[in-house]
Design a protein around this ligand. Structure first.
Ligand code: NI
Length: 137
C-alpha cells in the first residue's frame, strides 16, 4: 500500500458564531473567529490517497485526476469565498477547521474511488500552528 499526498492552498473568509448566544459569549468561546464583520485565513489542504501502484502506469492515482477532483469539488468552491455564505456544502454548518475537513472528505471520497484509489486522510490547517486530520470516521 502506497500513500500519496496532494497539497492545495486556498483563502477564505468565515465567522464562527452561535446566533443563540450573546456577542460576549461568542467572543468567549470562538475568540477572534467570532468577529462580526468576518475575517480570512490562508488554508492549506493535504489530501492523502492510498492504493497499490498500477502495474502499467506505476501510479496509485493519476495526480492529474486527483488534482482535478480537488480543484473542482473543493478549491473552486472555497477559494476567495465566504465559507458561511457562499459554499454549498457548508450550508448551515459551523465553519470550523474540523467541520470543514469532514465536509471536504465527503466532497471527494467517491470521485477518488472512481479514479481507482482510496481517500486516506484530509489534513487541513487554518493557521501555521494548528491543523486537523480526518480519516473518514
Ligand atoms: Ni477564523
Amino acid at each position: 500500500m502506497v500513500f500519496i499526498t496532494r497539497r492545495e492552498r486556498f483563502n477564505a473568509a468565515h465567522k464562527l458564531y452561535n446566533p443563540d448566544w450573546s456577542a460576549e459569549k461568542n467572543l468567549e468561546v470562538f475568540g477572534k473567529c467570532s468577529n462580526p464583520n468576518w475575517h480570512g485565513h490562508n488554508y492549506e489542504l493535504f489530501v492523502t490517497v492510498k492504493g497499490e501502484p498500477d502495474k502499467v502506469t506505476g501510479f496509485v492515482i493519476n495526480l492529474k485526476s486527483l488534482s482535478k477532483i480537488v480543484q473542482e469539488k473543493v478549491i473552486d468552491k472555497l477559494d476567495h469565498r465566504n465559507i458561511n455564505m457562499d459554499v454549498d456544502f457548508m450550508k448551515d454548518k459551523m465553519p470550523s477547521t474540523e467541520v470543514l475537513a469532514i465536509e471536504i472528505w465527503h466532497q471527494i471520497a467517491d470521485d477518488i474511488r472512481t479514479a481507482g484509489a482510496f481517500l486516506h486522510s484530509i489534513k487541513l490547517s487554518e493557521t501555521e500552528n494548528n491543523f486537523v486530520e480526518y480519516f473518514g470516521n
